[in-house]
Design a protein around this ligand. Structure first.
Ligand SMILES: [Zn+2]
Length: 406
């Protein structure tokens, strides 16, 4: 995040602790309970609660009678008190979501990434779109905590720069965080797309069963979001999750690394489309057709029962399963969640095959079965994760959250 102070910086750590407690208690909490749970003095809880109520972030919701004496007033989160915006820059499509303070999607919007447009013009377009979304939703600017943007890696997270994402031509060393902050006037957080997707799963998933999982991201490219002990694994430069060079076939198309059989070349949507066109399963698209459109035609043909298309999907499932075994062995995760902009179109055929192959693989070390599932969040998962990241900075009581503004 950069630029300006925000409510958290003013409110400090105690406020974040209290807000976090209230957020996790949808039925409401009394001031006495908050003081008991946090160890903060009654006076501090009272002062912070008053400030949160005055700011419209928390509301008083009914009374609780606990034996003799005055009934206690319950405090609840006011979801419409604050908002965040999540943006996902995929090489073919830009997704926008407006989230309320509870992390629920108020509205979303998708627009194709214009071919040959410069980063500058796309960043300007993002700012215009964000302004339009806020206007349409009647959300004032001072109620927006910031913008989270998810982008393909590699990124320089410290500087907020996209380094040289392989599928985004012309986006070499683009200072995306600063440029978007300047264009929108909001603080901006930049996160690699796969990590953002994992954040969304943590936020909306809840419950202990999601302590350790991998998120297989299926977009224009592929990647893995990794969550270990409920924390997103980011690595030394925030670029963890690149699994594209795991070799899963002895032959295959030539990869940028000079080898053949790398999963990042074998299973991506444009490769499946190319194979289907080469073998006559689908006709070549019109000259300006997007991977998105071509992939939809391919998945429609597969859904209609084309044996050739189904064979391509079965090979894809086998390749993904082989890589999933390597990753689950390495990290001892017990669950792999699949999602991303292209996933839903092929999941019905591919997911059950992956589940079967992974758990039957003699190379699987895990003493527990690997659970395989679709993301419940849908195609907006990375954008929602980026928006959740902004809320997370604001709501999570951890010392690093205090460094929110630079
Ligand atoms: Zn490779």
């Amino acid at each position: 995040m950069r630029r300006g102070t925000n409510l958290l910086a003013v409110g400090g750590f105690n406020q974040a602790v209290i807000l976090d407690l209230i957020r996790r208690a949808p039925q409401g909490l009394s001031r006495v309970e908050i003081a008991g749970a946090t160890g903060l003095s009654a006076q501090t809880v009272s002062n912070v609660s008053r400030r949160l109520i005055d700011s419209g972030i928390v509301l008083e919701a009914g009374k609780l009678n606990v034996g003799p004496g005055k009934p206690r007033t319950l405090l609840q989160l006011e979801p419409t008190g604050l908002y965040s915006i999540g943006v996902h820059l995929d090489p073919t499509v830009i997704t926008y979501v407006l989230l309320d303070l509870a992390g629920d999607v108020v509205t979303d919007h998708r627009a194709p990434l214009p071919a040959n447009a410069t980063p500058d013009s796309i960043i300007r377009e993002m700012a215009e779109r964000i302004a339009a979304i806020l206007e349409d939703s009647v959300v004032p600017h001072d109620r927006v905590l910031g913008v989270g943007i998810a982008a393909p890696g590699p990124v320089d997270a410290a500087l907020g720069i996209l380094l040289d994402p392989p599928l985004l031509d012309g986006w070499t060393r683009v200072p995306l965080r600063e440029a978007l902050a300047d264009a929108t006037g909001f603080p901006v957080v930049l996160e690699k797309d796969v990590a953002a997707a994992a954040v969304a799963e943590i936020w909306t998933g809840g419950g202990g069963e999601r302590d350790n999982f991998a998120f297989f991201y299926y977009g224009t490219g592929i990647g893995m979001g990794l969550v270990i002990d409920r924390d997103v694994l980011r690595g030394s430069s925030n670029n963890a999750g690149d699994m594209g060079h795991i070799r899963v076939a002895p032959t295959g198309p030539l990869c940028s690394c000079g080898r053949r059989g790398c999963i990042g070349e074998l299973v991506v949507p444009h490769r499946l489309v190319a194979e289907a066109v080469e073998t006559g399963i689908i006709a070549e698209g019109p000259p300006a057709s997007s991977v998105d459109d071509d992939f939809s035609r391919f998945s429609d043909v597969a859904a209609d029962g084309s044996a050739g298309a189904i064979a391509i999907l079965d090979r894809t499932a086998a390749h993904i399963a082989a890589a999933v075994v390597v990753i689950t062995n390495l990290l001892d995760v017990d669950r792999v969640i699949f999602g991303g902009p292209f996933w839903q179109r092929v999941s019905a055929r591919v997911l059950p095959t992956i589940a079967e192959l992974v758990n039957a693989d003699p190379a699987l070390i895990s003493p527990h079965p690997i659970e395989v599932s679709d993301s419940a969040i849908g195609e907006d998962v990375a954008a929602i994760g980026a928006g959740c990241l902004v809320l997370d900075h604001f709501l999570s009581p951890r010392p690093s959250a205090l460094l929110i503004s630079e």
